[in-house]
Design a protein around this ligand. Structure first.
Ligand code: FAD
Length: 461
């Protein structure tokens, strides 16, 4: 990486190029998870597709390790790398809604808050996640699980096309009709195949949801979890609700008497009329009075950003996740034990339902293969203080190890740390073989390997 070549690069790209020693380097290298502390050699803040092409060509020709950054939220820190080049897309923002056609086109640096804001006036939404500061790029390419999953499927089930800069610097559009193998692989295969510079989504009705939590004392967690399990497996698709162990934060949103109390609960989010949602969710009322029970009509941008303030960038994160087919009584007992031991206020366990619409798609129809799982269980250790890094990591790993024998076996690429190649392959099950073939077609030299990596078939994997 000579000065002359960098100068040449600077004259080629419109966006900023940041190197060690530059003012702003330490800010530019940061990602959401403060546990990640990497020092890239070069950060290119791309302004447009031409910059992305220049960045890809430069990384390839210089033999540099290359990371792609969208929203920077990846828990394992895959939006950056040590000593390599970061293709930072965060300045490439833009959301164009076509209300008549019910589609939306999104630039790759956008976060979900920006998409929610743009689609809400039309009473439409992209089925996305549970926190609106997350990047559109990473969440979509890994699958995308959120409040609308039971009714409208994963985020990838609503992806219509993607423009992709490939490892050789060419730009293609992937859809059902154009590069269909690439389109198949992008839907769950993460950033393995190129840099997506534009996403086109189908919009779904989703202006407001009847949403809010019901909290119970921890002592009731076994009976609440059983009631929740029995209910959600056959609940109408309009009812979404994830189970959680959490500590109620000291926020004016909650009664003071409950501040810092560890509880279990369900966060409801329902698309149907309020009365229907009320009648339905009454089914999950074990004996006794909940500590708090409050649902209300909630605009989607508000619902999606409810937790944003609680989880700002810069916290320490360590998480592990598994798909779950069955929640046995024995597994519930283990959940109750580890859930009661939340190590810090921000730490939590969420059990997101993935049954419903996501099951309508066969497990070989997209790279995302866990179409038959009923939940994703994510155990999240979080704290602002680096001194608590060991405590949150140990709690998370112990909890995960205790429940893993009851899981469906594979991982969700969006909720992974650095967990080894076997775990990556387990995430894709029988789709992994086909993914290696697509990888060898579109990225034979594995230029894009800072991700949950799919090895090109030609490499003999
Ligand atoms: C607070 C929080 C809440 C979350 N909530 C949810 C949720 O509700 N549902 C859910 O499914 N997931 C959720 N996630 C997980 C999230 O989907 C992943 O962490 C995802 O990787 C974040 O995407 P990003 O663009 O912000 O990440 P980045 O760190 O910017 O990117 C992560 C990886 O994605 C790939 N990538 C990103 N953009 C592109 C692109 N344009 N082209 C090619 N590759 C790209 C790259 O491989 C990159 O290494 C959450 C994460 C956090 C931290």
């Amino acid at each position: 990486m000579t000065t002359a070549r960098i100068d040449n690069l600077r004259s080629t790209v419109r966006g900023a190029i940041v190197q060690p020693g530059d003012a702003g380097y330490d800010t530019a290298r940061k990602v959401y998870n403060a546990m990640i502390d990497k020092h890239p050699a070069l950060i290119i803040r791309c302004a447009d597709v031409a910059d992305v092409i220049a960045a890809v060509n430069y990384a390839r020709d210089e033999g540099m390790l290359v990371a792609i950054r969208g929203g920077g939220h990846n828990g394992g820190g895959l939006g950056t790398c040590e000593g390599g080049l970061v293709i930072d897309l965060s300045a490439m923002k833009g959301v164009r809604v076509d209300p008549a056609g019910r589609t939306v086109r999104v630039a790759p640096g956008s976060v979900w808050a920006e998409v929610d804001h743009a689609t809400h006036p039309f009473g439409l939404a992209v089925p996305t996640g549970f926190i609106s500061s997350t990047g559109v790029g990473g969440l979509t390419l890994g699958g995308g699980i959120g409040y609308l999953t039971r009714e409208y499927g994963l985020t990838i089930d609503n992806l219509l096309s993607a423009d992709v800069v490939l490892a050789d610097g060419t730009l293609v559009t992937a859809s059902e009709d154009s590069h269909p193998d690439l389109f198949w692989a992008l839907r769950g295969g993460g950033g393995n195949f190129g840099v997506v510079t534009s996403f086109e989504f189908r919009l779904q009705p989703g202006g407001t949801m009847y949403a809010g939590p019901t909290f119970w004392p921890l002592e009731q967690s076994v009976e609440v979890m059983k009631a929740y399990r029995d209910y959600i497996l056959d609940a109408p698709k309009s009812i979404n609700g994830f189970f959680a162990f959490l500590t109620i934060p000291p926020s004016p949103m909650f009664p003071e008497a409950l501040h810092m109390k560890k509880v279990c609960g369900v966060m409801w989010a329902c698309t149907g009329p309020a009365a229907e949602a009320e009648a339905e969710t009454r089914a999950v009322r074990p004996d006794g009075t909940p500590l708090l029970d409050h649902q209300a009509e909630t605009p989607m941008p508000v619902l999606n950003s409810l937790f944003d303030g609680l989880y700002p960038p810069g916290l320490q994160w360590y998480w592990r996740a598994d798909f779950v087919d069955e929640l046995s009584d024995e597994a519930i007992e283990r959940h109750a034990k580890h859930g009661a031991a939340l190590p810090t206020m921000h730490s939590t366990m969420h059990l997101y339902p993935t049954n419903g619409a996501a099951h309508r798609i066969a497990r070989g129809d997209t790279a995302f293969s866990y179409r038959d799982a009923n939940w994703i269980e994510v155990i999240v250790g979080v704290d602002p203080d680096p001194a608590n890094g060991t405590a949150i990591t140990t709690w998370c790993k112990d909890y995960f190890d205790a429940l893993h024998p009851y899981s469906a076996g594979g991982a969700y690429v969006n909720f992974m740390m650095d967990e080894g190649q076997a775990r990556v392959e387990a995430a894709f099950r029988e789709n992994y073989g086909r993914l290696t073939l697509v990888k060898s077609q579109y990225d034979p030299a594995n230029l894009f390997r800072v991700n949950q990596n799919i090895h090109p078939a030609a490499a003999g994997v």
